[in-house]
Design a protein. Sequence first.
Length: 225
Amino acid sequence: MSDVILYDYWRSSASYRVRIALNLAGIPYEAVAVDLVREEQVSPEHLARNPQGLVPVLEIDGLRLTQSLAILDYLDQTRHLNLLPRPPAERAVAQALAHAIAVDLHPVCNLKVARHASGLCTGSAAVPAAHPVDMPADWMRHFIRPGLVAFNALLEEYPVAPYCTGDHPGLADLCLIPQLYNARRWGVALDDLPRLMMIEATCAENPAFAMAHPDAVHTVDPPQT
């Protein structure tokens, strides 16, 4: 059993980011699933780990860490992943790209938010956890497409590189790739965003990204009860 434990959900964008970083750092870890569809994130057991009822939670170095961006910062500083450039101006640009997705786009497409939005549309207080198909695909596409178009436009201001901000994976890539997975899941058109497609192809060839992909870590869900 590994000394490092990641409490996550296979489709969670925030968890996906952390999985990539752990792989980049070469850190073996034990994955413990917290099923968001079954609302295990609000179980007493998980709330004891994270009172916010969110994933991921990472136990490492005798610490229990929450919030994916904070976890990535910790791994960057302690494992020297070079996720952000050192020059202040370049660092600010890289952080802005990452935050455009992790801070602005991702929260409104969170499972909890989508369920509540669906409930408002249907007149129900909440969408049953067992029926994620009832979540509003139109809601997701409404936010994801413009967010990625804007991200692509921001990238066009900077020299073309294999990754978002250079020749090696950075914080922006760790935020972008999970969001592209979500975009494809919800049928968002991406073919007219060539810069993003190039970065996605580069990351797909990187084992750290490939091993973190939801399809690579997902086990078959048990039957709904």
